[in-house]
Write a protein that binds this ligand. Structure first.
Ligand SMILES: Nc1ncnc2c1ncn2[C@@H]1O[C@H](COP(=O)(O)OP(=O)(O)OP(=O)(O)O)[C@@H](O)[C@H]1O
Length: 250
């Protein structure tokens, strides 16, 4: 297999007198779309922030293309890792066009036609002149993804990118991520297990800060340990080649 784009070795993170991430090791390879699953409070955002280099691990390390994250000059690191936070608001009430221009890292030189086609990919071409505060929740979610991916970073670390999107927009988003070039990889926090089953090559399950399951979605999501982790019983059926789950009882 090719060298991983990103590798984490024995990552631990303590905060508030608790161990929130415990000995997590993982690798993300080019071409992979990996779903990061787990119940609320499992440590998914904490892990994503460690992988993005936004927090310093208590122990362990992160390697980007084989080189410790801390050794990368910030601008080069930023060009390689696109980080999409769980929540975001710009400091100024910028227009969508201004935000996309910032994301593309081209100051104010980005040609209007480029911005238009970028926005069109996310169904936002009619929103370019609108200010952030006037965009709907789903439009903001797509605007943020478009901004993070504008410079085409090889690695995307996305914390619940579909949270504000309707069902159709969630599917469009997953299809769009899947269509990225083969040199790219994505680690995406998902709460919708069916999106993970349909679109991910691999899923990782985090529980109380530990990586407790990893593998092909149809294997991991079929495993009864998942029911114990979420504290509920899932119904399962294969449909059109993909596993489909639904909540049965809490
Ligand atoms: N800076 C911090 N100081 C203290 N506790 C923290 C800190 N950051 C996160 N936590 C705690 O760590 C645990 C994991 O939080 P995290 O946001 O990583 O979970 P998550 O899996 O992303 O959850 P969710 O699905 O609800 O978004 C939570 O109990 C949270 O309260």
């Amino acid at each position: 297999m090719s060298q991983p784009l990103l590798r984490a070795e024995g990552l631990c993170w303590d905060a508030g007198g608790r161990r929130l991430v415990e000995a997590v090791s993982l690798a993300l390879h080019p071409g992979e779309m990996v779903g990061l699953l787990g119940p609320n409070g499992a440590g998914k955002s904490s892990l994503i922030r460690l992988l993005a280099g936004l927090t310093t691990p208590t122990a362990g390390r992160v390697l980007l293309q084989g080189r410790p994250l801390a050794d990368w000059p910030m601008p080069l690191r930023a060009r390689r890792i696109g980080y999409l936070p769980q929540s975001f608001a710009p400091h100024w009430d910028v227009t969508l066009a201004e935000l996309l221009r910032l994301g593309a890292g081209r100051g104010d030189t980005a040609a209007p036609a480029d911005l238009r086609s970028l926005a069109a990919r996310y169904g936002l071409e009619e929103r370019l002149a609108q200010r952030w505060s006037s965009l709907s929740g789903g439009e903001r979610g797509r605007a943020l993804l478009a901004t993070v991916l504008a410079a085409e970073p090889p690695l995307l670390l996305a914390d619940e990118p579909g949270a504000a999107l309707d069902v159709a927009q969630q599917w469009r988003m997953m299809a769009l991520l899947r269509a990225r070039p083969k040199r790219c990889a994505a680690l995406v926090v998902l709460h919708d297990l069916n999106l993970a089953a349909r679109w991910c090559d691999l899923v990782l399950v985090l529980d109380a800060g530990r990586l407790v399951m990893a593998g092909h979605p149809s294997d991991v999501l079929r495993d009864p340990r998942l029911d114990a982790i979420y504290g509920m019983s899932f119904g399962r059926v294969m449909e059109a080649g993909y596993l489909r789950l639904w909540p049965q009882e809490v």
